[in-house]
Every structure is written in structure tokens, then in C-alpha cells.
Design a protein around this ligand. Structure first.
Ligand code: HDE
Length: 711
């Protein structure tokens, strides 16, 4: 069936609207539709007497309340989501028969949920962790879920290790500490015995694991999937999401402080930007390669701890996803959304990646204990826009009322319906991959190289990014109590990069071991008896695509800039920069000693919604102190101003000072450095240009080695 064009991708919205309830101008009722006269007082025997069991209104209300929690997701519990559309601009007919990937211009409704992995539902958004990036496509041929992460590789190679990994990273079982953090003994104990985790651990130690915004991170399907065309020919594919706002992280010190100031930082940022019409956008990128090409790669494409370097197989951008609508109800939509890598449509198929194969069991299984019924597909958010007809029946909370006598196949009483799609030459059919092999519990030799791509990632980073990675390992291992675990991990780092291992070892007061510890080797040899094996030569030694700092970024859209002001701030000193920043799509936020109103030197009123008490520098991307003698004098008396400035500087963010405000620096530890492109003074076009250009780079990386000021 050809995909119909649905302008605006509204089809899912129309379907959801049928289930929406609007309480506006309505009388309060019970769940049975009876109007409630008084919602404040229980039924009693006399005003001061005991309550009566008869009070069905009270009983119903409390009964429902008592049961309104459901289990949180076992992983990825903390999440935020939005609706949107996916528009295809390059037909992939040659490779796939999935109609949403064939008909250009088609808008497919999507629902996207971002998440952290380890933390509970109420934990901070800024944990050092992978981010889930799960996309539900409501296609005309059924639901396709691309359940990915913001990191293109995974910790483990075989699904059977997943419960162990998660037990190791979750809070420790005796004392339930620490929350949403990998910096503890059980995690490092596990990964120090599982060298296959080394590559993903390297990613999680980079600033990729602490995104600036959910809108500014990449997404990856991780596993190799298949595309299958009309003729039945198949190619392999890796799915990517490329954010149009660029890929940016925060620094670890920022992350920890943001967690205190606004634990909902990412959730708020996503929600507010969609409300403002700053719709986040990603391009869908595909790496397509054949079986023959895959056979020649130096790594195994079925091994989920490996990526395909973009320099080896370029990413083709084939469509755009735009998130343009916030959910109406967090529980009904974000919480009840049930993603599953096994939700695929004709034209897409699985590979034999053993992690993917295991995932195919886990997701519907977990929905059952989380959502309580096999009928979770009937929940409005999970409902396909393609019609659903089958002989599955009943179960808890069944909603569809399926007509007729025949609930079996084959039947004649129901006219043979619902019938096989085969009758019309369509429907999902698995790719007929040839498989003939002995049944084994084992690991392929081609999965035995654990360090080449971890090294590739590290060596592809700029020196400043490498410094952040070394800091992260030092922090995390520094939090580990067991010295044996620290030493064991240093053995892994030594195999990846001795210089990195040396930096971390010196912070831990340890020496770099010669190589892997006996414990690590013993465990690795359970999978590969002749471990370590010499890996084949990699195709690329460096991949600039892996560095965030090396990505070009020409936009300052939606960055938040703090203007520190007080009464008497000079109008002209505010206006020009504000206008230019807003022209570029950035947001200017005035921060003053107190919330309320201030008057500019020209008598204009500025409404102040944020003060040094309510806000902190870590919530902003750049800072400007406009002129006006009175304003600067007031700011000078405010210690928080200096904290704000120091912290911004320390996090390598752009700072600009008008001529009047330059003197504030005399009271700081900041030294004017000529090559610091993000420390700007004066006014006019030079200041505007310099500031905007520094904001585009997001961080003034050259400052990284010198940034050590108290904050
Ligand atoms: Fe998941 N994962 N996972 N995972 N995963 C879940 O399903 C699981 C893995 C990912 O926003 C659970 O509905 C196993 C890789 C995301 O609702 C559960 C294995 C990747 C989400 C589950 C993996 C992911 C989940 C928990 C190893 C990146 C959140 C709640 C074989 C490609 C989806 C749920 C959302 C959620 C199992 C590994 C991504 C238990 C067994 C690799 C984005 O079913």
C-alpha cells in the first residue's frame, strides 16, 4: 500500500484527540459520571462524628489515588518526550520497501522519548550517562520503533550480560547508593572485568555523556539493521540522528551544579523550546553497506561495541525529524509509551547482532510488568495508525470490541478474515538469511578486539576534550573505594592509551600497570581462550566525526545569554547586542540582584524574572555585563556577580564586558589573555561579532588549560 501524504503529520494527533479529555467548564463527576456535590467533606455521622463506609465518592477517590503509581522502567526510567513529524527527502526505494522511506515529502508522525539510563524517574537530568533516544514512527504500515541511544556503541556484546551490567551500574543493593551515577565500586568492578565495555566507557567519560541539551545530541540505532527492497535484496544499515543545532556538552563541574540548581534542566529546556516554537530538528542519517563490504571491515558489524567510522562509510542524510508538540499529559503519553526494537515494518529487518536479538525478547516482556497487560498496544500513545486486525483476544484492560464469532484462523465463519497479506503479495516477511551452524554458547573470535575503537575515539578528540576524559576517569575511579578495582581499570586504560592511563594514574596516586590484570584476563579468556588476540589494522586511525569540538557549528539559536544588570543600566549598551543575539535566535535573560522591575538610565522599565538568588551561571551559555555607571556600581557590591563571572570563565564560556563594566575584572582572578577569543570588551560591531562567533563554538576551548579560577 502506498503511503498517503498526511500534511503536517497530524494523523496521530487526530487519533489521540479522540481520547483527550478537557475539563474546561465541566462539573466534577465520579468515574461513573455522577455529578459530585461536595468534594471537600466526607460523609459522616454528624459533623464531628465518624466517617461512613457508605461514602462511595470518598472511597472511589482514595481507591484510585492509592493505585496511581506504576513501576518505573527498569532502565531509562527518567525521560522526557515530544511529538513531531518525520519528512523524507531522499527516496530509499533502491534499498527498502518501507513506504515511509520511499515516498519523499511524506510526513510520518513520531513520538520521541529521551532518557537517562541508570537513574530513577525523579533523578537529575545531568547524570553522566548514555541518553536514550527512542523514536516511534507511526507509519501507514505499522509502528517502527528506532530505540537508540546518543552513543553509537554499547557496553556489552551479548544480551545475557545485560542484567549484570544494569545491576552493576544501578545504586548498590545494600544501601541504594549512589543515585544516577556510575562513579561507584560495583560499576567499575564490572567494567574492569569486562574489557568489551572499554569503548562505550570511553564515550561515557567524554562530554557526550553530559549533553548541553537533548536538542543538541546525536542519536544512534547502534546495531546493524537490514534494509530489504521490493525484490528481496538486502543491505546493512546503521541509523543516525544528526541534530541541526550541533552537538554540545556541558563540563562535569557544570553538570554537577546544574543538578542542584535545576534537576529538570533537560526536560525544561525541551519543553520550553517547543512551547516557544524553537522546534528541535534532526536529520536521519544512514550508513548503508553490503554484506561483501562488511566482510572486509577490520571489525565485525554484528558486534555492538563497534561503530562504522563515518570516514569509512559516509552518512547519507535522507530526511528530517521535527519535534513540534509537547505531550498533553506526561503519564498518559511519556510514561505509558512502550518502545520495542522488535516493532519493525516491511522493508526493515534485524541483523544477527546478539545484543539486538536479546533485546527483541526483553521489551514486550518488560511492558507487561510495567503496564500490567498484554493490551498495552491499545493505549492511545502506543496505538498504530495502521488498522489492527487479528485474532488476539481478551486479557486485562482490553479496549477493542472486536465483532463476530470467528477468533481463529483459518475460519470460514468469518469469511476467512482477517486474511494473510500474502494474498495481496505484501506484508512482513523475514529476510531469508541462510543459517546453518552448530548450536553453541560462545563468542565469535571477531568480537575479541576491545581496544582499537576505544583508542580511535580517544585519539579523535581534541587535546581539551581528552583532558575532560582524563578528568572524568580520575573523578569516577577516585570515587571507587577498592584500590584493586582502580588498578585493574588502569590496566585497561594502559592497553588503550598509555598517556591517558598515566594521567589518570597520577591523580589516583598509582603507577600505570604493564597491561591487563590477571582478573581481567581470566574473565576475558572465558569468552576467548587465546585472549588477547592481535587485532587487524583499523581502516582509520582518527575520525573527526567523533569529536564534538571539531564539528562545525554556525548557529547560536536557542542559546541562553545572561545579561547582568541593575537599576541605571545604559539602554544603548543593552540594545545592540540584545538585538543581534535575538536575530541569531539566542535568548537574552536579564539577571539582577533582585527580581521585580528596574529602570534603565533612559527611564525604560525592564522586567526582571531572575536574580542571583534564583539562577546560576551554569544555566547559561554566555554572559554580558552592559554599561551604566549606576548599574555597574550596584553589581560591584554583589559577591554573587563575581562568582557568576568566575564560574562562566572556568567553564570556558564566552564573556563580554562593556567599557564601563570592564573594571569588574579587577576584582576577579581572571587575567586578560590576548588569544582568549571568548573574553571580549568594549562595544559596537567588534564586540557583537566576536561574542557571537565565540558563542557559535559553544566553548572557548583555548582557555581550557588556563581556566583554573575559584568558582
Ligand atoms: Fe534497552 N531496555 N535494553 N537498550 N532501552 C529498555 O524497555 C534492554 C539497549 C533503550 O524511552 C527497557 O520499555 C536489554 C541498547 C532505550 O521507553 C528494557 C538490552 C540500547 C530505552 C530494555 C538493552 C537500548 C530502553 C526498560 C541488552 C540502545 C528506553 C523499559 C540486550 C540501542 C525506551 C523498557 C523508552 C529500555 C532492555 C540494551 C536503548 C528492560 C535486554 C543497546 C532508549 O526492556
Amino acid at each position: 500500500m502506498a503511503t498517503k501524504k498526511t500534511k503536517g503529520g497530524n494523523e496521530k494527533k487526530v487519533q489521540l484527540n479522540k481520547d483527550m479529555v478537557d475539563n474546561k467548564d465541566k462539573i466534577l463527576t465520579t468515574n461513573q459520571g455522577v455529578n459530585v456535590h461536595d468534594n471537600n467533606n466526607t460523609l459522616k455521622a454528624g459533623e464531628r462524628g465518624p466517617s461512613l463506609l457508605e461514602d462511595f465518592i470518598f472511597r472511589e477517590k482514595i481507591f484510585h489515588f492509592d493505585h496511581e503509581r506504576i513501576p518505573e522502567r527498569i532502565v531509562h526510567a527518567r525521560g522526557s518526550a515530544a511529538h513531531g513529524t518525520f519528512t523524507l527527502y531522499k527516496s530509499l526505494k533502491k534499498y527498502t520497501r518501507a513506504s515511509f522511506l520511499c515516498d519523499t515529502g511524506t510526513e510520518t508522525p513520531v513520538f520521541v522519548r529521551f532518557s537517562t539510563v541508570a537513574g530513577s524517574k525523579g533523578s537529575t537530568d545531568l547524570a553522566r550517562d548514555a541518553r536514550g533516544f527512542a523514536v516511534k514512527f507511526y507509519t501507514h504500515e505499522g509502528i517502527f520503533d528506532l530505540v537508540g541511544n546518543n552513543i553509537p556503541v554499547f557496553f556489552i556484546q551479548d544480551a545475557i550480560n545485560f542484567p549484570d551490567l544494569i545491576h552493576a551500574v544501578k545504586p548498590e543493593p545494600d544501601n541504594e547508593m549512589p543515585q544516577a551515577a556510575s562513579a561507584h565500586d560495583t560499576f567499575w568492578d564490572f567494567v574492569s572485568l569486562m574489557p568489551e565495555a572499554a569503548h562505550m566507557v570511553m564515550w561515557t567519560m567524554s562530554d557526550r555523556a553530559i549533553p548541553r541539551s537533548l536538542r543538541m545530541m546525536e542519536g544512534f540505532g547502534i546495531h546493524t539493521f537490514r534494509l530489504v527492497n521490493e525484490k528481496g535484496d538486502s543491505v546493512f544499515v546503521k541509523f543516525h540522528w544528526k541534530p541541526l543545532l550541533g552537538v554540545h556538552g556541558v563540563a562535569w563541574d557544570e553538570a554537577q551544579k546544574i543538578s542542584g540548581f535545576d534537576a529538570d534542566f533537560h526536560r525544561r529546556d525541551l519543553w520550553e523550546n517547543i512551547e516557544k516554537g524553537n522546534y528541535p530538528e534532526w536529520e536521519l542519517g544512514l550508513q548503508i553497506f553490503t554484506q561483501e563490504e562488511a566482510d572486509k571491515f577490520s571489525f565485525d558489524v554484528l558486534d555492538p561495541t563497534k561503530l562504522v567510522p563515518e570516514e569509512l562509510v559516509p552518512v547519507q542524510r535522507v530526511g528530517k525529524m521535527t519535534l513540534n508538540r509537547n505531550p498533553e499529559n506526561f503519564f498518559a503519553e511519556t510514561e505509558q509509551a512502550a518502545f520495542h526494537p522488535g516493532h519493525i515494518v516491511p522493508g526493515i529487518d534485524f541483523s544477527d547482532d546478539p545484543l539486538l536479538q536479546g533485546r527483541l525478547f526483553s521489551y514486550s516482556d518488560t511492558q507487561l510488568s510495567r503496564l500490567g497487560s498484554t493490551n498495552f498496544h491499545e493505549l492511545p500513545i502506543n496505538r498504530s495508525v495502521a488498522p489492527v486486525h487479528n485474532n488476539q483476544r481478551d486479557g486485562f484492560m482490553r479496549r477493542d470490541i472486536v465483532k463476530g464469532k470467528a477468533s481463529y484462523f483459518p475460519n470460514s465463519l468469518g469469511g476467512g478474515c482477517p486474511y494473510h497479506a500474502m494474498m495481496e503479495g505484501r506484508g512482513f516477511g523475514s529476510y531469508p538469511e541462510k543459517v546453518s551452524a552448530p548450536k553453541v554458547r560462545g563468542r565469535s573470535k571477531s568480537f575479541a578486539d576491545h581496544f582499537t575503537q576505544a583508542r580511535l575515539f580517544y585519539q579523535s578528540q581534541t587535546p581539551e576534550e581528552q583532558a575532560h576524559i582524563a578528568d572524568a576517569y580520575s573523578f569516577e575511579l577516585g570515587k571507587v573505594g577498592g584500590v584493586a578495582i582502580r588498578k585493574r581499570y588502569l590496566g585497561i586504560l594502559a592497553e588503550i592509551d598509555r598517556d591517558l592511563a598515566g594521567k589518570v594514574a597520577s591523580r589516583l596516586g598509582l603507577r600505570v600497570p604493564k597491561g591487563l590484570s590477571e582478573d581481567t584476563l581470566r574473565f576475558a579468556r572465558q569468552n576467548h581462550p587465546d585472549y588477547p588476540v592481535k587485532p587487524p589494522k583499523p581502516e582509520v586511525e582518527k575520525s573527526p566525526a567523533l569529536s564534538m569540538a571539531m564539528q562545525k557549528n554556525n548557529s547560536i539559536a536557542t542559546r541562553k545569554i545572561a545579561f547582568l544588570v541593575a537599576g541605571g543600566v545604559a539602554d544603548n549598551s543593552v540594545d545592540q547586542l540584545k538585538k543581534e543575539l535575538e536575530k541569531g535566535g539566542a535568548e537574552v535573560v536579564f539577571i539582577a540582584p533582585d527580581v521585580g522591575n528596574i529602570k534603565t538610565s533612559g527611564g525604560q522599565k525592564i522586567e526582571i524574572g531572575h536574580s542571583f538568588l534564583t539562577d546560576a551561571s551554569v544555566l547559561y551559555d554566555g554572559l554580558y555585563v552592559p554599561g551604566g555607571e549606576k548599574s555597574v556600581k550596584t553589581l560591584q557590591k554583589e559577591p554573587d556577580v563575581f562568582h557568576f563571572i568566575h564560574e562562566m570563565y572556568r567553564h570556558c564560556k564566552p564573556l563580554a564586558f562593556s567599557e564601563d563594566a570592564e573594571q569588574l575584572l579587577e576584582h576577579t582572578y581572571i587575567k586578560k589573555e590576548k588569544n582568549d577569543k571568548g573574553l571580549l570588551f568594549g562595544s559596537g560591531n567588534t564586540l557583537v561579532k566576536g561574542f557571537i562567533s565565540a558563542l557559535k563554538s559553544h566553548r572557548v576551548w583555548e582557555r581550557e588549560p588556563k581556566r583554573k579560577v575559584p568558582a
